[in-house]
Design a protein around this ligand. Structure first.
Ligand code: NAI
Length: 251
């Protein structure tokens, strides 16, 4: 059974990693996909993903757009509406980490992480709710992190941005529930992607693995499955929630 037949979904930062897995999963379930990538260096990957998504029988288009930039998000959403007419699902996935102990962190690092991870969610949500309110339907899914729930030494900016996403998500759920727009967050644990590649070095991986009841890192498809659930009507009575996909790390 396809869960998103004929729907239109946006995924930010989808050229690789979790975002790419989400775009593929939603397309496998019949959703048309508009996704973003940020730099020319990811243009080739974005073009390849566009073709892969189209081969699944849906309409798919890659847009170069910086999620941290309000005006670019507005142009992106307008372009999607022109091309796809509606927006049913928005997955705010784009994110970065610039980990450092607070003693060594500078304001530029802090601002980059807050703008890319948190302001981006405001930028996109502000623009996608317009068509969703008109349609009296929508699902917004924000990629938080277990680090935003627990905190982590050396990750204060990342943790603050991801905790901010949770507060934003719950507030938007309260503001827009009456319009039948749902807003939920996903808090992945340690997922094997380029972002967490460094964890595999040295003893860090072993240390983390000891804390995960399921005894392994997660993979991008497992986060994509969680996203599919929140995007589809399978979760029609769920809003304002943080769904952890973390192998039990937050027990
Ligand atoms: P990744 O680094 O492989 O992918 C992030 C994507 O976002 C990249 O394609 C990047 O180009 C894009 N991006 C970065 N800044 C952007 C911007 N300003 N505008 C548009 N796109 C931008 O990382 P991964 O692991 O796939 O992460 C995806 C999301 O999941 C992020 O929000 C991350 O914080 C979150 N997450 C990841 C976890 C993990 O263990 N990998 C754990 C918890 C959360």
């Amino acid at each position: 059974m396809k869960l998103l037949e004929g729907k239109v979904s946006i995924v930010t930062g989808a050229a690789r990693g979790i975002g790419a897995a989400i775009a593929i999963k939603l397309a496998e379930h019949g959703s048309n996909i508009a996704f973003t990538y940020i730099s020319d260096s990811s243009a080739e990957k974005a073009a390849a993903l566009e073709i892969q998504l189209q081969s699944l029988g849906v309409k798919a288009k890659a847009y170069k757009s910086n999620a941290a930039d309000f005006a670019q998000c507005e142009s992106f959403v307008n372009a999607v509406l022109k091309e796809f007419t509606t927006i049913d699902v928005c997955v705010n996935n784009a994110g970065i980490s610039k980990d450092n102990l607070l003693l060594r962190m500078n304001t530029e690092q802090w601002d980059d992480v807050m703008n890319t991870n948190l302001k981006s969610v405001f930028n996109m949500t502000k623009h996608v709710i317009r068509p969703m309110m008109k349609a009296k339907s929508g699902s917004i899914i924000n990629m938080s992190s277990i680090i935003g729930v627990r905190g982590n030494a050396g990750q204060s900016s990342y943790a603050a941005s991801k905790a901010g996403i949770i507060g934003f998500t719950k507030s938007i759920a309260l503001e827009l529930g009456s319009r039948n727009i749902r807003c939920n967050a996903i808090a992945p644990g340690f997922i094997e992607t380029d972002m967490t590649h460094y964890l595999k070095e040295g003893n860090t991986a072993e240390e983390f693995l000891k804390k995960i009841p399921l005894g392994r890192f997660g993979n991008a498809e497992e986060v994509a499955n969680t996203t599919l659930f929140l995007a589809s009507n399978m979760s029609s009575y769920i809003t304002g929630q943080v769904l952890s996909a973390c192998g039990g790390l937050n027990i």
